[in-house]
Design a protein around this ligand. Sequence first.
Ligand SMILES: Cc1cc2nc3c(=O)[nH]c(=O)nc-3n(C[C@H](O)[C@H](O)[C@H](O)COP(=O)(O)OP(=O)(O)OC[C@H]3O[C@@H](n4cnc5c(N)ncnc54)[C@H](O)[C@@H]3O)c2cc1C
Length: 427
Amino acid sequence: MHLADPRSNLWTHTAAPGPDCPALQGDHVADVAVIGGGYTGLSAALHLAMGGARVILLETGQPGFGASGRNNGQVIPVYSRHGPDDAVAAFGDERGERLNQMVAGSADLVFDLIRKHDIDCDAAQEGWLQPAHRPSRMRGIQAKHDQWAARGAPVEMYDAARAAELTGSPIYHGGWMHRAGGHIQPLGYARGLARAAQAAGAMVRGDSPVLSIDRDGGKWRLKVAGGNVRAEKVILATNGYTGNLFPNLRQTIIPLRSTHVATTALSDNVAKSVLPGNHGLSDTRQALWAFRKDRFGRIVTTSAPVFTTGARARMAASTLRRLNIAFPQIERPEIEYVWEGIIAMTYERLPRYHELAGGIMTALGYSGRGIALGTAVGRMMAERALGKPVNELPLPALPLKPWPMHDLVVPFSRTMAWYFKWRDSRD
Ligand SMILES: Cc1cc2nc3c(=O)[nH]c(=O)nc-3n(C[C@H](O)[C@H](O)[C@H](O)COP(=O)(O)OP(=O)(O)OC[C@H]3O[C@@H](n4cnc5c(N)ncnc54)[C@H](O)[C@@H]3O)c2cc1C
C-alpha cells in the first residue's frame, strides 16, 4: 500500500506517457490563451486549434495534474442531480433543450475523440449504471429515465434481480442504465487530449503557472515565470484548482476534497463477478458509492472525508468495510492506492459559464460530472472564442455569484458528508 506517498495515485502508475510539454520560455502571441490543462482546457485548445486559431495552453503541473488526472473515470452523459425537465424549467425551452442535447451527446463526444485521436486510455463504452440503494430511490430514477427516454437517450430500467446480475452486488433494489456511458483511464485521456491538441497545432506548456493577467493595449498579457503570452482572448479552465487570478471567481464554487481508493488486482474469478459487464457504477447515495474496475481488475472507488488529517488511513479502512457490504465475494480485499482530488461543486449542481471581462471566459463547477461535461464545455468555449454568438450557446453567460463568507462555507460543507450519510440511511 502507498498510504503515505503523495504520488500514490493509481492513474499515474498505469497511464500511457504524456507528450513533451516543457515550461514556457520567452514572449509569445496567440489568438487565444487557455489557462488549465484538464479536460476543459485541453478540449478547448484542441477544438480551437482544429478551428484554425493560434492557441497556447498554460498548466501549473503537467496535463491532467488537477481533477482530470485523479477522478474515477466514469463517463456519464446526465446531470448529477437534475433531470432534463429541470434544465428546461431553469433555462427555458430553447436553451434548456440545447443544454440537454449537449449533455446527452457528451459521452459520445469523449469516446469519438478517443477513437479519432487514437488516445490510449482503456476506453470502455459499455454503459453506466445508477442502481438504487433504497427502494424509495426508484421513483426518482424512473422519472429521470422517462425524461431522458422521451428525448431518445439509450436508457433502460432494471429490477432488483437484474441489478444483482449487472452489478455483482446483492445490495441494490433496481436502477437505470445509460448505454452511452462508460469509463476511461482518466489521466491517459487527459494526456491523449494534450497530444491531440499539439498535433492540431496548439502549443501546450506544462510547469507554467500563470501568475497574473493584465490588460496590455487591446490584448491580455499572461505572465509566467519564464515569459509572457499576449492574446486577444483567454479561457480560464482552472475549475476546482482556481486561485486568485480573477477576483471573486474562486469564491463561486465549493472545492470539495475527495479521496480515491484502489484495491489490489482481484483474482480473475472474483474480478469477473464484480461488474461483470465492465460497467461504471455510481449509486443513488448523496455520499456517493461509485465503483469501476481498472484494466488489471482493481476496484476503484471514492469517498469524501470530513476531516483531512489522517484521511487516507481512515478512507482505506472505510473502503474495506464498504467493499465487504457491496461485494462480499471479495473475501479479503486489500488497498493498494489512496489519493485525493478536488471536485468543484456549485449550489445548483450545474456548471456555470461566465464572460468575465472583454474576451475572458470561464466555466466551472461540474459537480462530479466533468469528464463528459468538461470535454463538451471546453468545445463550447472554443466555439465561442471562434465567434459563435453568446445566445446560441447551450449554457447562459451568468454573472459571478460568489458565496458570502466563502472561507467559512468551505470547511462547513465538508461536514455535510455526515448529513448526507444520515439521509442516505433513511428510506
Ligand atoms: C476524486 C474525484 C473523482 C471524480 N470522479 C468523476 C467521475 O467518475 N466522472 C466524472 O465525470 N467526473 C468526475 N470527477 C470530476 C472531474 O474529474 C472534473 O469535473 C474534471 O476533471 C474537471 O476538469 P477541468 O479541466 O475543468 O479541471 P481540472 O482537471 O481540475 O483542471 C484544472 C487545471 O487548472 C490548473 N491551474 C490552476 N491554476 C492555474 C494557473 N494559475 N496557471 C496554470 N494552470 C492552473 C490546475 O493545475 C489544473 O490542472 C471527479 C473528481 C474527483 C476529484
